[in-house]
Design a protein around this ligand. Structure first.
Ligand code: NAP
Length: 248
């Protein structure tokens, strides 16, 4: 089973579903109203915490678990790590490397979305908010700013003084620069998600000389981690070979 909700999880599920020696289930939280179509089996919705996930692993006889969730989805990753301690299911995490600052980047690194809101300061600014739609509440404390909020689905609670752009990545740097110029963006707020699909905004901010308030990643879950889909496949192959040897 692949714990998903990311482009990498989709790609991995697509690759693995093409194999005849595996039965693959992609698990989604159910946050996105219209998830992109997916090859293979999909299940949707929470498991009910660590116990629920452990029960699911046992009941569905999951042999291998891949945590390919977003680096900021800390709870499900911690739950997966705890659940496999109880069930003994082999677990691997797929985690793209975090972005690192390069020459010309003006990053202000903060520990949380709430700290990002505080870092905006008192001076009214036009803020490009690209942290998704679920953690907007802290920005309501900063009504002096204009917000441009980009998310896949509309936010349930809208910020005052905000325009919403509904869109799904990947986003390239040229289009991001055009968008940021057109809206007169003064500052970008983002999570350090890593990967190429949304790196265009970081390049665009660098080219425009804009500050970026960068939310640092939460602590990793403790699971063994690899950086690429190919490495996950190697790990699966090793386990499949070991299962075959044991006649499992
Ligand atoms: P979270 O805080 O780590 O998880 C909250 C709860 O949602 C979990 O305890 C679990 O419920 C359920 N859940 C999360 N991912 C699940 C999955 N793949 N399959 C089944 N249940 C799942 O996660 P989140 O930050 O709300 O993110 C939700 C989903 O969106 C994740 O799958 C993640 O990959 C994706 N995503 C998150 C972000 C982000 O910035 N956080 C960005 C892009 C995509 P139970 O305890 O009931 O099992």
């Amino acid at each position: 089973m692949i714990l998903g909700g990311t482009g990498d999880a989709r790609k991995l599920a697509e690759r693995l579903s093409a194999r005849t020696d595996l039965r693959v289930t992609l698990s989604l939280a159910g946050r996105t109203k219209m998830p992109l179509p997916q090859a293979g089996e999909t299940r949707v919705g929470g498991f009910g915490g660590v116990e629920g996930l452990a029960d699911y692993l046992r009941t569905e006889r999951v042999d291998l678990l891949v945590d390919a969730t977003h680096p900021f989805a800390g709870r499900i990753s911690a739950n997966a790590f705890a659940a496999v301690q109880a069930t003994g299911t082999p677990l691997i995490a797929l985690d793209r490397p975090a972005w690192t600052k390069v020459g010309g980047d003006k990053w202000i690194e903060v520990d949380s979305v709430s700290a990002a809101a505080d870092a905006l300061g008192d001076e009214p600014r036009t803020v490009f908010l690209t942290i998704g739609r679920q953690e907007l509440a802290p920005f309501a404390r900063q009504p002096q700013h204009r917000f441009m909020v980009r998310s896949v689905d509309p936010a349930e609670v809208e910020l005052p003084n905000a325009v919403t752009i509904l869109d799904r990545g990947p986003f390239n740097a040229v289009a991001e620069e055009t968008l940021m110029r057109a809206h007169g963006v003064d500052v970008l707020v983002t999570k350090n998600s890593g990967g190429d699909a949304t790196y265009g905004k970081i390049i665009a901010a660098r080219r425009l000389g804009l500050p970026v308030i960068m939310v640092k990643r939460p602590a990793p879950s403790g699971a063994d981690t690899v950086r690429s889909i190919a490495k996950v496949e190697d790990w699966i192959d090793r386990h499949v070979a070991a299962f075959a040897e044991r006649g499992a």
